[in-house]
Design a protein around this ligand. Structure first.
Ligand SMILES: NC(=O)c1ccc[n+]([C@@H]2O[C@H](COP(=O)([O-])OP(=O)(O)OC[C@H]3O[C@@H](n4cnc5c(N)ncnc54)[C@H](O)[C@@H]3O)[C@@H](O)[C@H]2O)c1
Length: 246
């Protein structure tokens, strides 16, 4: 895989789980990674990247604060003169069966998983279009492709990301900005860790490869889409799900 030397990458939700692994792998390939998280939560990711010889900066960002998100992107473009890669990864669940789902469960998930991606992508497009180059990668979910009982809000947000990215890919392809989606299956992180072992074993039984994914499995797909090898790929959904949904 080509090096990402000289590239500047912004990764949201980089404090743990999939976002942390993405930040690590992008930095391992030479990118300067802006690791965004709420409060000071990206500090651990940045320190670990530095200890491994990579380059990273922490950025405090609550992704639902649209003004802060736009200012953060503008700040990166001003400080570093460019923004090459945006990975919109931050996400939440507020699972509930539909009849019991509160309006706030719906609104919070849509705001974090979908509207924040819209705001960040709109801001990131400015430097990317100026550069005539850029990579936008959104982290969706197998749940956005197949649906899941108890996750109508989450599935809607993740399916929305797919339609959003496919549309954006058509708008900005002529500027050599690619827009793709990675759709993980079930991945062992804090997000899935709250689920009991029996349910997790049930998931593994539905997965042809026989195990949950790891954050590194997802990060490798993101790095591919960020690489020069993926320069002719846009508007695609790369499923990284062990074969559980094809
Ligand atoms: N774990 C899975 O099985 C799985 C499967 C498919 C998709 N995903 C998606 O992958 C992404 C990462 O998930 P994960 O499993 O690493 O989850 P996680 O809960 O371990 O990490 C989510 C990250 O997003 C951050 N975040 C959440 N809301 C935020 C906000 N408002 N502002 C800033 N940061 C915020 C959290 O602080 C955390 O760093 C999410 O978009 C998730 O929906 C996860």
């Amino acid at each position: 895989m080509n090096s990402l030397d000289g590239k500047v990458a912004l990764v949201t939700g980089a404090s743990r789980g999939i976002g942390r692994a993405i930040a690590h792998q992008l930095a391992g390939r030479g990118a300067l990674v802006i690791a965004a998280a709420r409060g000071d939560n990206a500090r651990g990711t940045v320190d670990a990247i530095a200890a491994a010889g990579g380059r990273a900066e922490p950025l405090t960002l609550e992704v639902t604060d649209a003004d802060a998100a736009v200012a953060a992107v503008q700040g990166i473009a001003t400080r570093h003169g460019r923004l090459d890669i945006l990975v919109s990864n931050a996400g939440i669940t507020r699972d509930q069966l539909m009849l019991r789902m509160k309006r706030s469960d719906w609104d919070d998930v849509i705001a974090t998983n979908l509207t924040a991606a819209f705001v960040l992508c709109q801001a990131a497009l400015k430097p990317m279009i100026r550069q005539r180059a850029g990579r936008i990668i959104a982290i969706s979910s197998v749940v956005g492709q197949m649906g899941n009982a108890g996750q109508a809000n989450y599935a809607a947000s993740k399916a929305g990301l797919i339609g959003f990215c496919k549309s954006l890919a058509r708008e900005v392809g002529s500027r050599q900005v690619t827009v793709n989606v990675v759709a993980p299956g079930f991945v062992a992180t804090d997000m899935t860790g709250a689920v009991d072992a029996a349910t997790q074993a049930g998931w593994a039984a539905q997965i042809p490869l026989g195990r949950l994914g790891t954050p590194d499995d997802i990060a490798a797909a993101v790095c591919f889409l960020a690489s020069d090898e993926a320069s002719y790929i846009t508007g695609q959904v790369l499923a990284v799900n062990g074969g559980m949904y094809t």
